[in-house]
Design a protein around this ligand. Structure first.
Ligand code: 5RP
Length: 225
């Protein structure tokens, strides 16, 4: 079974948690795409929801499908958020940000009662870190942050978009780091990274996830925290 089908299987299982009247956080990425498409269909069939988008790309897609997109300030609190991940471990810890939307994704997850992560089976890992950890940085500080992360042995690489620096929706930079051999605990690493001025957010989502739905073949495997 292909990863594409597994993404769809997970997305379709997750949208069952969305009910009329809810305020819903919409994630970003190729797995989230199938979830947004399915919610769009539910809305076209009469379901009434309000949604907060985690990226400009998601907002455009949701609006095109007729989903009522509001701001986070208008929503105040979200009933459920469904998002993808680059890696998920057995302790519901994630690496996110492959698609560059980690900052808004983490803000939305923090403000959501239920966070559901959907992924194909390849994203399920026993240890986080084969996927490079994305860090969002303020352009003024990016080069010095790279130097500091280099001194920590984290092999930082600034993300590029062709010949230009990749820019997030907030017009920040992304630096991808290698945490595979890092001997700090993930909580410790997260805390340390957040003490470096100019690091806005990291792609480590350690505490927000309640439910993980992995598409494995034709089956949706649901893991509850
Ligand atoms: C975007 C993300 C995505 O959820 C993550 O990159 C997974 O994307 P995909 O479903 O396309 O594999 O964190 O910032």
């Amino acid at each position: 079974m292909s990863a594409v089908n597994e993404k769809k299987v997970a997305a379709l299982a997750a949208v069952k948690y969305v009910k009329s009247g809810m305020t819903v956080g919409l994630g970003t990425g190729s797995t989230a795409f199938y979830m947004i498409e399915a919610i769009g269909e539910m809305v076209q069939n009469g379901m009434e929801i309000k949604a907060v988008a985690t990226s400009n790309e998601t907002e455009k897609l949701a609006t095109r499908l007729g989903i009522n997109v509001i701001t986070l300030a208008e929503a105040k609190r979200l009933d459920v958020t469904i998002d993808g991940a680059d890696e998920v471990d057995e302790n519901f810890q994630l690496i996110k940000g492959g698609g560059g939307a980690l900052l808004r994704e983490k803000i939305v997850a923090h403000n959501s009662d239920l966070n559901i992560i959907i992924a194909d089976a390849s994203k399920s890992v026993s240890k986080l870190g084969k996927f490079k950890l994305p860090i969002e940085t303020i352009p003024f500080a990016t080069q010095l942050i790279i130097n500091e992360l280099n001194d920590m042995g984290l092999s930082p690489v600034q993300r590029m978009n062709g010949n230009d620096h990749y820019k997030t929706d907030e017009n920040n930079d992304i630096v991808d780091i290698d945490i595979w051999d890092c001997d700090m605990k993930l909580t410790e690493l997260e805390r340390h990274l957040k003490t470096i001025p100019g690091i806005v957010e990291t792609g480590l989502f350690l505490t927000t996830t309640n439910l993980v739905i992995i598409g494995k073949g034709d089956e949706a495997i649901v893991k509850n925290r």
